[in-house]
Design a protein around this ligand. Structure first.
Ligand code: RB5
Length: 151
């Protein structure tokens, strides 16, 4: 996380996740949180790995604090995102996991399935994810072990 006063959240989706991404941008902005929209920009069919990369680049470059990726299941996005060095992406559909993947895994990307969760639950997942910080301590050692697997 950077030292900015306000969090900046990058969002990206494929066609299946597009309506949820749009809803979450509105939701985050209504909370006073700035967003970066990394596409896609319609429900026209597209390939989720392209948008996993564009969304994750923002957090890797330090332009955003966290990234949210939406596709049909959230799974394809998480598989693609976790191929990128420095990304720890979690696909969540329950609030407990969305909170603990920040506390324990220092996840920097939340993946959501637009065909799995509704907009109301997605907003709660996003709240839990962005409002929770990393606990550090013994969890830092384990996150470092994940990072070591990238080499
Ligand atoms: C698109 O039909 C769908 O496969 C994609 O959004 C995602 O669910 C893949 O994991």
């Amino acid at each position: 996380m950077t030292n900015r006063d306000n969090k900046i959240i990058a969002l990206a989706s494929d066609h299946a996740g597009y309506p949820l991404k749009e809803a979450l941008i509105k939701y985050l902005n209504s909370r006073g949180i700035d967003t970066i929209d990394c596409g896609t920009s319609s429900t026209e069919s597209c390939d989720y790995p392209d948008f996993a990369v564009s969304g994750c680049c923002k957090v890797l470059d330090g332009e955003a604090d966290l990234t949210i990726l939406c596709c049909g299941t959230g799974i394809g996005m998480s598989m693609a995102a976790n191929k990128l060095r420095g990304i720890r992406a979690a696909c969540c559909s329950d609030v407990f996991s969305a909170k603990y993947t920040r506390l324990h895994n220092n996840a920097n990307v939340l993946c959501l399935g637009a065909r799995v969760v509704g907009e109301g639950l997605a907003a709660e997942l996003v709240d839990a994810f962005i409002d929770t910080g990393f606990e550090g301590g013994k969890h830092q050692r384990r996150v470092d072990m994940i990072t070591a697997l990238e080499k």
